[in-house]
Ligand binder design. Structure first.
Ligand code: ADP
Ligand code: MG
Length: 138
C-alpha cells in the first residue's frame, strides 16, 4: 500500500487508524518497523499510532533514550543514534519483540535487521516536499 500525506496531521491520522486497528485486534502484527531519513515523518506517524492505541502521553524523540515504554504494552524504539548493531545489546529488544502483549514501533529499524521478527509491518517514509510524504506499507 502506498499513501501520500499532505500534512503532519494526515500522517498522524494514518498512524491513528493503524493504532486503533491494533487495539481492536483487527490488525495482528504487533511490530512496526519504520524506515526513512530524518524528518520524513516517522515520529509524527508514531504520535498518531499512540493516540489510536489510546495513549494520552505525548510521544517525543528522546535524544539519548533508545527505548521508551508508554504504558503496560506500548514501546517506542528510536535507534537514530545507534551506529553499530552491537550497541543495541543490553537494550532488551529481543525480550520486547518476543512479548506477545507488546506493541512496538521501531524507528531506524534497518539498524537491527539481524533481530527483526519475521512477523512485522514495514513502513517506508519518503520526503517529497515541505508538506508531502510518501508512506509505503508492506
Ligand atoms: P522523523 O521521525 O522521520 O525524523 P518527524 O516526524 O520527527 O520525522 O518530523 C517530520 C517533520 O516534517 C515534522 O516537523 C513535521 O511537522 C513535518 N511534516 C511536514 N509535512 C509532513 C507530513 N506530510 N507528514 C509528516 N510530517 C510532516
Ligand atoms: Mg523520529
Amino acid at each position: 500500500m502506498e499513501i501520500i500525506t499532505q500534512s503532519p496531521g494526515e500522517t498522524q491520522k494514518l498512524g491513528q487508524k493503524i493504532g486503533s486497528d491494533l487495539k481492536s485486534g483487527k490488525l495482528k502484527k504487533r511490530i512496526l518497523c519504520l524506515y526513512g531519513d530524518l524528518g520524513s515523518g516517522k515520529t509524527t506517524f508514531i504520535q498518531g499510532l499512540a493516540k489510536g492505541l489510546g495513549i494520552k502521553k505525548r510521544i517525543t524523540s528522546p535524544t539519548f533514550v533508545f527505548v521508551k515504554q508508554y504504558n503496560s504494552y506500548f514501546y517506542h524504539i528510536d535507534l537514530y543514534r545507534i551506529e553499530k548493531f552491537e550497541e543495541t545489546k543490553g537494550l532488551g529488544l529481543e525480550e520486547i519483540f518476543s512479548d506477545p502483549q507488546a506493541i512496538t514501533a521501531v524507528e531506524w529499524a534497518e539498524k537491527i535487521k539481524e533481530i527483526l521478527p519475521k512477523k512485522r509491518i514495514n513502513l517506508w517514509f519518503n520526503y517529497l516536499n515541505q508538506n508531502e510524504r510518501k508512506v509505503i506499507i508492506r
